[in-house]
Design a protein around this ligand. Structure first.
Ligand SMILES: [Zn+2]
Length: 411
């Protein structure tokens, strides 16, 4: 049993945030929040104390789209998506054929995710069986949704026959069963790297085993053209995933920048989730996703760091860039696309948890959930104003002081 003291900032849903000044969370031996309230109400309980004084206790962040093997590539390479992948990313991912190297990169990835307060991450690994197998075995500090990239189309060392892709997928899924920190996720890389048959088989596998699916959609205009040249029987990019069965309410689609109304309607109807990655979209000059419009259309949108096109695992940077890019879009279109901190903050925790089907165990600091907690520094005052979420997102001094995953201090 332990007590954690601090000012509790607890997002209840997309409209409401509970604030408890001088709060206390009582964590039981299973790492679950047993009680939440004012510190003065729990003085009689004697146990280990983590006193964070005036600092803020918020839920651990949930990053719904990133890439483990690309982490060492941050800031390297330039150009737009297709060139960047070919020249920099694919050669770097080949190095994951060494499980030892993969383990080293994952340790660094995991350490920094926790340093920035992320406790759940949805990530692509490379195509390699041994690399992800090692990650599954070694990971104890981060809730991971991950899968090996599926690639059977195109050229290069990462492209393997369909049967090989399916066999690696099945092996790693079997390996992940009964692992408390890992959720195997079916991961067709994107339609340019996957045959129609591979996508159909992947979709079938996900359905049979009730798994999440992650892929990329409509990131860059040249990419869209390239893909429609490869898969000529399909009217648009979304149609490819829809007709192969990949669009479900457990599918995460990274980017979704250049979509037609028809495509948006299909995504909305299937209940698939959009991973908005504004840092990456800016780095690769891919475009600006109209976040405000998607919120108004009641699309499910979460946030992803998309390392290494995204240049940090810090979800606060991602929230900031989601807001700032929405203002830039307003400026260039003369329409109001600006979103607020109130809209963006729950995308990094409770909304993402709902999309991932884990809102019963994480996503906010309610009693009965795992103590996945990020402690944010508060230097300036004893006042908590109505701008608190904006302050957390923008404040220069709002560093992460500590991270708890399932009640254990991991940073
Ligand atoms: Zn990505």
């Amino acid at each position: 049993m332990k007590k954690i003291f601090g000012n509790i900032i607890n997002p209840i849903n997309k409209h409401k945030t509970e604030i408890i000044k001088d709060g206390c969370l009582i964590i039981n031996n299973k790492g679950i929040i047993e009680k939440k309230g004012k510190k003065v109400n729990f003085e009689e309980i004697k146990c280990e104390i983590f006193d964070f004084n005036d600092n803020f206790l918020i839920p651990g962040f949930i990053d719904i789209h990133t890439h483990i093997p690309q982490y060492p590539l941050i800031g390297k390479g330039k150009g737009e998506l297709l060139d960047w992948l070919r020249k920099y990313i694919f050669p770097a991912e080949i190095k994951f054929n060494s499980a030892d190297y993969a383990e080293k990169v994952f340790e660094y990835f995991c350490h920094n995710s926790l340093r920035f307060g992320t406790t759940t991450s949805v990530a692509f690994s490379s195509i390699h069986r041994s690399a992800l197998k090692r990650i599954i075995e070694k990971n104890h500090k981060l809730r991971l949704f991950a899968g090996n990239s599926l690639m059977d189309l195109g050229e290069g060392e990462l492209v393997k026959p369909m049967q090989h892709n399916l066999s690696v997928m099945n092996d790693l899924f079997q390996k992940s069963l009964n692992n408390a920190h890992f959720n195997y996720t079916v991961s067709p890389r994107y339609a340019a790297s996957c045959s129609i048959d591979l996508m159909k088989n992947a979709a079938e596998f996900a359905k049979e085993n009730n798994l999440y699916i992650q892929t990329h959609l409509s990131e860059n205009k040249s990419e869209i053209e390239h893909i429609l040249n490869i898969h000529r029987d399909y009217t648009n990019y979304t149609d490819i995933y829809h007709k192969t069965g990949l669009l479900t309410d457990k599918t995460i689609l990274a980017h979704c920048i250049h979509l037609s109304e028809k495509e948006l309607e299909i995504i909305h109807n299937t209940g698939a989730v959009i991973a908005h990655c504004p840092s990456s979209n800016s780095y690769l000059k891919s475009g600006i996703m109209p976040l405000k419009k998607y919120i108004q259309n009641e699309m499910k949108v979460g946030l992803g760091t998309d390392v290494a096109a995204g240049y940090t695992l810090d979800m606060k940077t991602e929230m900031r860039n989601a807001i700032e890019s929405s203002k830039t879009l307003s400026y260039f279109t003369n329409e109001d696309h600006a979103v607020s901190a109130l809209e963006v903050f729950p995308m990094s925790n409770i909304l993402a948890a709902e999309y991932l089907g884990i809102a019963d165990i994480t996503g906010n600091l309610n009693e009965g959930k795992y103590a996945d907690i990020t402690v944010i520094q508060n230097r300036n005052s004893s006042e908590i104003t109505e701008d608190i979420l904006s302050e957390i997102i923008y404040g220069e001094d709002k560093n992460n002081l500590a991270t708890f995953y399932k009640g254990e201090r991991v940073y």
